[in-house]
Ligand binder design. Sequence first.
Ligand SMILES: Cc1ncc(COP(=O)(O)O)c(C=O)c1O
Length: 392
Amino acid sequence: MGNIFSDRISDVPRSFIREILKVAVDESIISFAGGLPNRDLFPLQEIKAATAKLLEESGKDVLQYSSSEGYPALREWISGRYAAKGMEVSPDNILITSGSQQGLDLLGKTILNEGDSVVIEEPGYLGAIQAFSIYRSTFHPIPLHPDGIDLQLLEQAVSRNTIKLMYCVPNFQNPSGISYSEENRRGVADILQGRKTLLVEDDPYGELRFLGQDKPSFHTLMPDNTVLLGSFSKIVIPSFRIGWIAARPEIMEKLVIAKQASDLHTNYFGQRIILQYLRDNDIDGHIRTIREAYGRQRAAMVSAIREHFPPDTYYTEPEGGMFLWITLPEGMSAMELFRRAIEQKVAFVPGDPFYVNKKDVNTLRLNYSSVDEETIRIGIKRLGDVLKGMPR
Ligand SMILES: Cc1ncc(COP(=O)(O)O)c(C=O)c1O
């Protein structure tokens, strides 16, 4: 049989992380490679109670098809949460999606023609690179610094090219853990001012701040040009696959068409359970618990890195979220470190897949949310020992 596959899918590589994680399935491996929330914090009993109550009170109603935009009361809840933060997002402008990952796919479908230019962060979120690659976009990666995106290179990219879409994760970015300072955000807004570029602000981690102060959202700084993505994956549970897009009405209209073509609507039963859970429980208390735990896990990782890694290793110091980014001494290969580390039963994600046009880089991602503090200390010491034997 000849090649039956579309050019679209043939050009997109398999998720490199999934390939890498196949090597790390051995249970004795300490893995900083995943991107998972801490399962010990999943509200199991509360989800169980919400599900039972819902079935008891609403019966077969919750088992039926529903609207493409999403359950109205859940959209109102999300709108109310934004309002509490001083952000104005009407429930009518919220589309419930199958995770924020589907939001990226729907945006690609709605906005991108083949060859359209997209600004992404370098390093960038792999799921966005994959989602937009399907629509055959041309990427313009802009480096991240400890306080945000490189404004000079962003200015250059938007003045030399017609950038259709800029994708960013300004809070506790995946993979780097970096957050944009307020000044950096204002700088981005100034650069995009008066241009047609649509800014996609992906914010699955914004509520998970354990240090510092919240910064203004792009949705506040430039409401007309910003599409905001949110998710329940990191603050409640990821398995329901429930997230949302907030967009202005004419974009919403097209996104709803794309959504209908994809899956008619997001899992309705899941939407109802999440809302029941949110109504019956103290979500702020729950988020506080997650923040405190991740804050402790991050602190354990940073202090172990200080103790065991060579002094010329650079690491980011995230104020929230789940990841930390390491830059190894110049000339050291993160891939080679990975091969050696697996033999010593410790795993991480080498930086390569987070770049669209660089290979064999000296950077890597460490996840601290899904590993307990004691195991973090053991794993980082092991990694430090491997590092000490690495060729320079
Ligand atoms: C930056 C970013 N965006 C989106 C997602 C996807 O999240 P969801 O579970 O809402 O689809 C992730 C998940 O890791 C992420 O890190």
